[in-house]
Write a protein that binds this ligand. Structure first.
Ligand code: SF4
Length: 212
């Protein structure tokens, strides 16, 4: 079993204060992650069910497969941020409540992932499709506006993120389904790198983002 960083932080937002559970783990070798690559299965699922398929440069079929993206890197760091939906109970529309929670979590995990990416000179896989331009220039048949800043999501590289979270973080991802609010919502990121980091480095890097 991989060691797990697990901590809870309070985050004061403009209209509420939420608790965020942060889980993370470090991989000395990315080899173990290759077993979570499910290229054909996940690409087929994206094609069948995702409105972003062929609409964003960060998404399938234009995204790159995990074995290709990870090949220059030796190590990795997996992060998962989650918050209970009870903090959003004042938002009566359940879809909007989950969306609001996810916007906050995605923004925070992206800042942490890019901070760790900078520290390690690594490469981050973020949570969700690229949102740097609205709409993505892919829709107009134009090249990516920020190829240096654009990052793929873990799913877009065809990783089984649910299974990774279960196996390495003892955390189950819950989904908004049938208009029913999940108990909590989560976002996940993976940072690939070649720099040796310890758990205390990881904690410090996350803290630096949260105290900004
Ligand atoms: S940077 Fe802009 S054009 Fe490139 S993938 Fe992201 S949203 Fe699309």
């Amino acid at each position: 079993m991989t060691d797990i960083l697990c901590t809870t932080v309070q985050r004061r937002l403009a209209n509420r204060t939420i608790s965020i559970q942060i889980k993370g783990c470090l991989f000395a070798s990315v080899d173990i992650l290759q077993g979570y690559y499910e290229g054909t299965t996940i690409k087929d699922a994206c094609k069948a069910g995702c409105p972003n398929y062929k609409k964003k440069w960060s998404c399938p079929p234009y995204s790159k497969p995990f074995p290709k993206i990870s090949s220059p890197y030796l190590s990795a760091c997996l992060l998962c941020f989650s918050t209970k939906m009870r903090f959003y109970s004042d938002i009566k529309n359940t879809y909007l409540a989950v969306k609001a929670a996810n916007v906050t979590l995605k923004s925070l995990i992206e800042r942490c992932a890019r901070h760790i990416e900078d520290y390690t000179a690594g490469y981050a896989l973020l949570s969700g499709s690229c949102r740097l331009c609205k709409p993505c220039r892919c829709k107009s048949g134009l090249p990516c506006q920020h190829p240096d800043k654009m990052r793929y999501s873990m799913e877009a590289t065809y990783l089984n993120v649910q299974q990774m979270c279960l196996d390495f973080l003892d955390h189950r991802l819950l989904w908004y389904e049938n208009k029913r609010l999940p108990e909590y919502t989560s976002v996940v990121s993976l940072i690939l790198h070649n720099r040796h980091i310890e758990y205390n480095n990881l904690t410090n890097l996350i803290d630096e983002v949260f105290i900004e």
